[in-house]
Design a protein. Sequence first.
Length: 278
Amino acid sequence: MATYAIGDIQGCFVQLRQLIDLLDFDPVRDRLWFVGDLVNRGPQSLEVLRYVKSLGTVAVVVLGNHDLHLVMQAEGFGRANKEDTLAAVLAAPDRDELLDWLRAQPLIHVEGAWAMVHAGLLPEWTVAQAKALSDEVSAALTAPDYRDFLAHLWGSEPAAWRDDLTGWDRLRVVVNAMSRMRYVTLEGMMALRAPGAKSSPADGPAGCVPWFTMSGRASAGQFIVCGHWSTLGYHEQPDLLAIDTGCLWGGALTAVRLEDRRVFCLPCPQQVKPSGRD
């Protein structure tokens, strides 16, 4: 059995199928882990959703910011962007089935020594705590009144975790950390609005560091797979693999076989202009 973690797809269906063809992938024995952002900006979000959903238990998916953006847009919340390419999903005859399936995906998947999250974990969180918090968000996303949660999901505050947070503030911090965060301040606050938040670590905002380099991070030592940072590119350290290599932006779509960290890269044509990455 092999487990292949695949970076941000963002609607690049042709490239996804080509990458899978490069793998020694057997759907009977192997699994595919998708690090979030299945949809948006690329040309075939609908096809990506239908394909990944059709894989059933072969696929493990965590939610990225663009996936949550789609869920919110479908319910009339959040802000539409001119770069969105979600119209085909929203008009599809099976949209409700696809969106119900997407809402049921977690923010973090933990299995043995591995954990997968789209963006990152706040410095205070162990992986076990992050999993428990993700479960709280999943319960809200799949509850009969899930639209109430979506109505309060938009926003970047609070920017830091407190154990006594409750209600929508508590859930919003969890969602923002796991689906949007790149940098944290030296005090451990998310720098979601900081200039340069979409740049490489070397060009980051003053007084901030990439979340995974924060000193004393409670999740250090457990192997984490993440995406969300195309300008970072492929980044490997003993306890982390960052695998968003900018397929959408003319980089590559990357898969890593977790058992031996073998990397598979498919060079990709540019789908959109390189400005406005998110």
